[in-house]
Design a binder for this molecule. Structure first.
Ligand SMILES: N[C@@H](CCOP(=O)(O)O)C(=O)O
Length: 445
């Protein structure tokens, strides 16, 4: 058993935290992201052959939880959260190609994995804590619904979802506003990066936190990020036991939490091979990996809207993982895929193979098609991050037929939905949260 990990901020100016403290805080007090003091290593033999996703997650995350108050709860957290499959589905018409389907959870996107794990962890960290906690979540489409679903009606928790008005799909917008009770959606008049900035400003506001304790459920929170490693470990081990070779992955990428999870799994010694990032027309990462300075910028709206991110939060953790830029650039490749190509890829796969992909998955599928056309016959998994039914207004005209809606999504679409409009200003969110806190005090007195 390795020694207990300590958790530090990527910006180096926060006190050392335990894992429970890092999960409860979401963001480090100096504005950085929590990271372990080192990445533990594991070997294939540390995992049960044919283990479930929950069992694999428990083995993978044991060194991160060692010595923490949550350590003995880890198997129960994994069992409670990871109740749906993340299958590695072979595509028969494409030799050596699989799709890692991460959209079989309640809100039909990969975010369900991390959101449910975070909810199960926070419930245990907080116990029957009397002070209510407000979870702030910025979303470009998928995270918000997963967090809303995971925390819906959880006692002592309020969820506030901030999303860019008009920049998520109609069904995503409906999901975000459909929960009610302890989950409230705000339509921010700006971009996703404005929402993310507003959330971070609130989390770093000590005076606000004193009146209204806050945390985060974006992948800036370790409680969201760590469980996302489990499906890569599970897929890589499944592949290894069958084919005795590492699995290469192409990851649709926006805020970089999903791809970073794959990078950490590989760095821990599990059999993942190449990791390629598939981005949309937002080229912050492709430009960096092509040799330019890292330069966050305003996001442009694309068909793959959940990846419309101009300042990917987890870049800070990537730099912590590989402090030397040239070493970092050897680890990953990132490519940009424009809307026209996304559309053409969705249409072609439906027409020629009867496969229907969401616009985010299509960015990754396009990169794979390019590799195959160049003669690459390695084993690749394309990561399918969301169900195409969430993007019916993009996908259905391209494939010429309706996309079947998963039952949990259909149930959400039946409910009424509402969201409050908010200006994209840090001070406006601050005032709104203070007012809400004052209402709670009044109601409790
Ligand atoms: N793609 C995301 C943006 C936020 O990413 P996260 O993984 O940091 O929560 C979304 O769908 O909201």
């Amino acid at each position: 058993m390795s020694a207990a990990l300590r958790y530090l901020s990527t910006r180096g100016a926060s006190p050392v935290a335990t894992l429970s403290e890092a999960i409860a805080a979401g963001l480090a007090p100096d504005g950085g992201l929590y990271v372990p003091d080192h990445l533990p290593t594991l070997s294939i033999e540390d995992f049960k052959i044919g283990g479930s996703l929950a069992e694999t997650a428990a083995s993978l995350l044991t060194p991160f939880f060692a010595g923490d108050a949550l350590a003995s709860e880890l198997p129960a957290i994994c069992a409670a959260a990871l109740t749906f499959p993340t299958p590695l589905r072979p595509l028969p018409q494409h030799p050596h190609t699989s799709v890692l389907e991460l959209f079989h959870g309640p809100t039909a996107a990969f975010k369900d994995v991390g959101a449910r794990f975070l909810a199960a962890s926070l419930r245990r960290v907080r116990g029957d804590h009397a002070t209510p906690l407000t979870i702030l979540v910025a979303t470009s489409g998928d995270t918000g619904a997963a967090v809303g679903a995971a925390f819906h009606r959880q006692p002592g928790i309020e969820v506030v979802i901030l999303y860019p008005d008009g920049r998520v799909s109609p069904r995503q917008a409906h999901q975000l506003g459909c929960f009610g009770d302890n989950v409230q959606a705000l339509r921010v008049q700006g971009r996703f990066d404005d929402c993310q900035r507003m959330v971070k400003a609130a989390l770093n506001d000590a005076a606000l936190q004193a009146k209204s304790p806050l945390s985060s459920a974006n992948s800036i929170s370790l409680g969201r990020l760590l469980p996302q490693m489990s499906y890569y470990a599970h897929a890589a081990l499944t592949w290894w036991h069958k084919h005795h070779e590492p699995l290469n992955v192409i990851v649709p990428t926006g805020n970089l939490g999903n791809a970073l999870a794959a990078v950490w799994v590989r760095a821990m010694g599990l059999p993942l091979g190449q990791i390629r990032l598939a981005c949309n027309a937002n080229t912050t990462l492709p430009d960096f990996f092509a040799g330019q300075d890292y330069a966050p910028r305003e996001a442009v709206a694309t068909l793959a809207n959940a990846m419309d991110v101009g300042a990917p939060s987890n870049f800070e953790r990537l730099r912590w993982t590989f402090p030397q830029v040239d070493v970092l650039r050897e680890q990953l490749q990132a490519h940009s895929v424009d809307d026209q190509t996304i559309s053409a890829t969705i249409a072609m796969h439906a027409r020629e193979h009867g496969e229907v992909f969401c616009p985010h998955t299509a960015t990754a599928m396009h990169l794979l098609n390019q590799l195959r056309a160049a003669g690459d016959d390695a084993s690749w998994a394309v990561v399918a991050t969301a169900h195409p039914a969430k993007f019916e207004s993009v996908v259905e005209p391209l494939i010429g037929k309706p996309v079947e809606v998963p039952s949990a999504l259909a149930a959400m679409l039946q409910r009424s939905a509402s969201a409050e409009s908010m200006a994209a200003e840090d001070g406006v969110l601050r005032g709104w949260l203070l007012e809400k806190a004052a209402q709670h005090v009044e109601a409790a007195s």
